[in-house]
Design a protein around this ligand. Structure first.
Ligand SMILES: CC(C)(COP(=O)(O)OP(=O)(O)OC[C@H]1O[C@@H](n2cnc3c(N)ncnc32)[C@H](O)[C@@H]1OP(=O)(O)O)[C@@H](O)C(=O)NCCC(=O)NCCS
Length: 185
């Protein structure tokens, strides 16, 4: 259910956004990235693509992926605690999948804690499936990671579902959606 009432704007993450992103991260993640990680990602990793979702003059959500060959791997997604449960995670995840189309990848993957019901539900909403498990992946409590994958993102059923979800969103800067047909057809 989408409860968003504010005006939303999506932008690439800038170095100047890092302190705000980091504050959200420290609040919502049990194992936040090291302090310099976002700077390294934004300035030194050409595979990395990070986005911020702005509302009411603040970063309300952020997320990122690495695009390597056929795969877009979602590295992080976080929503400011006070803004959770209002549909912003869905907006950010849709933006990341849209980026995967722009970057001409074919699949999207990610890791998630088995205990993170909200995140798993979010990814399943987009048709992602649990296809693997990494034992003891999370260093704070030794929890396994579930590895979730999209289908081929150009497959008609996956893309139709994505377009239905993305077309319902009202976000400045979201950018063009993929063509409903097969690429190049
Ligand atoms: C996981 C996270 C990104 C989801 O973002 P969010 O803005 O809170 O989620 P949304 O409001 O977009 O809701 C997504 C779905 O989850 C459901 N949901 C959200 N919060 C919920 C809750 N507390 N209990 C049950 N369902 C919930 C929504 O109803 C929606 O499902 P629907 O489309 O079927 O209605 C966010 O909660 C977060 O940042 N968590 C901490 C960091 C984290 O765990 N990141 C993911 C790591 S893999």
């Amino acid at each position: 259910m989408i409860l968003i009432s504010q005006r939303l704007r999506l932008e690439s993450m800038q170095v100047a956004d890092i302190p705000e992103v980091r504050a959200i991260e420290l609040d919502v993640f049990p194992t936040p990235w090291p302090g310099n990680a976002y700077h390294r990602e934004l300035t030194g990793n050409r595979s990395a693509h990070y986005l911020c979702l702005w509302s009411d003059g603040q970063v309300s959500a952020y997320g990122g992926l690495w695009a390597v060959g056929e795969e877009a791997h979602v590295t992080t997604i976080g929503v400011r605690r006070s803004e959770q449960g209002k549909g912003l995670g869905k907006v950010m995840f849709a933006a990341l999948v849209n980026r995967a189309y722009w970057l001409s990848t074919n699949f999207v993957s990610l890791e998630v804690r088995p205990s993170n019901d909200v995140a798993i539900h979010l990814y399943e909403t987009f048709g992602f499936k649990i296809l693997g498990r990494r034992r003891g992946y999370y260093t704070d409590n030794g929890e396994d990671a579930l590895v979730m994958w999209s289908d081929l993102i150009h497959a008609p059923a996956f893309k139709a579902r994505f377009l239905r979800l993305a077309e319902a969103l009202q976000v400045d800067g979201f950018g063009a959606l993929p063509d409903p047909g097969w690429p190049g057809s």
